[in-house]
Design a protein around this ligand. Sequence first.
Ligand code: ISC
Length: 457
Amino acid sequence: MQQKWLKTTEVEVASNKLSFYIETIEVNQLSPLAFFAAGERKYKGKRFFWQNREKTLAIVGLGQAIILENRRIDRFDDIEFKWKELTKNIVMEEQEPQPILFGGFTFDPENVEPGEWDGFPSSYFTVATFQLTKQHEKTYVSIHLITDRQDSSALFDQLREERDQLIHAAQVKELKTYEKPEIRTIDERNKDNYFQAVQSVTNLIRNHKADKVVIARSLELEFKGQPSSPQVIYQILNEQPESYLFALERDNLLFFGATPERLVKVENQYAYSACVAGSIKRGKTAEEDKKLGEQLLNDSKNLKEHQYVVDMIASTFKKHCEHYKVPKRPKLLKIRDIQHLYTPVEGKLFDHATILQLVKHLHPTPALGGVPRNKALEMIREFEKMNRGLYAGPVGWMDADGNGEFVVAIRSAALIDDKAYLYAGGGIVADSNPMTEYDETLVKFRPMLRALGGQIQ
Ligand SMILES: C=C(O[C@H]1C=CC=C(C(=O)O)[C@@H]1O)C(=O)O
């Protein structure tokens, strides 16, 4: 095992007498998934995984140096405040990977529907005890210890030993291939309610009660046996490498997915977002695919759905940026099962603007909520009759300098013991048709369903 020592940093955390110890080493040849899997025995339920769309960054977390969670109305501000407190004395060198806060915000903290998300807080973030960062072909492993104990050197030595064991396990074991899980049953939960919800919402939109509302539904899969987290992450790594891949464990729940949709990325006070709304399937041949793409680019219903998202994201950038740009027309975003209308938006943030303030104001965009936002949220609560949990919520990471990236957690599923819950929805406007919307959810279920060993049509 070749390792290059960087340094150990001790930082006093402002008001609560905590110290934040950080030690980072550079390591050779380490698969992020193998590192994640090395934590199976000791850290199951306390891990996360991230790979960006460009595949220039992978982050894995094992264990929890600290958990920041809340069930508050001011949930974004609360997490931001606590993270700033924790990190305000941290000074890192430019090339050094920083400790990151990883987690997510649920779609709607006011939703009280019982189900698989019972007990889940409306914000859930952690700093990992062991953080692997793979960035531009270099891999680092950091230890984070946040403690109020004065005599933590023995504890830190123990963590060093454990880190070396984890690295060793991840390096020497052959890169494992995992079978797909075996499904026993698939249940289209509340299918009748979905059709009714789409119909009722369409009628309300026609009566000018709202302009657009996104209605979703879920599938329940039961497996023969219990799939493991590395097993299902392996499948999305293989099958959806062109998407953002994320996985977050909390006790026996694994929320994971492969989303095409960035909510916001901030790098050195520049912000990047993406409007992704309006969909059509992929063609079986290149010719058919091109035709379908052209059809989508000229379809007034989809263009309308898309424009609501562009207007909202542009107006948020206007409030937070010195300058920003939005292309006039959408392009196509083609991923394995589906093509979307896509408009990237970018801008230079004002000095005081932060990634979490952008997340707070952007979520939910009309790609997942609707227009007007509050009316759409009320209608989703009334008609959807399910709790989205983290589905369609912001999931991602940020560092102490305020850089980070959050995606919209669609094309996702919650895996709990021998069951998985898959989620998909679509934008409803005045000329929506329930059967077409239903078919679109089938296409959107496909990536997660295939990863979990099933298929539709
Ligand atoms: C709500 C979902 O997709 C959104 C993102 C892209 C396209 C969408 C659409 O065309 O309706 C949705 O707004 C989902 O995948 O569950």
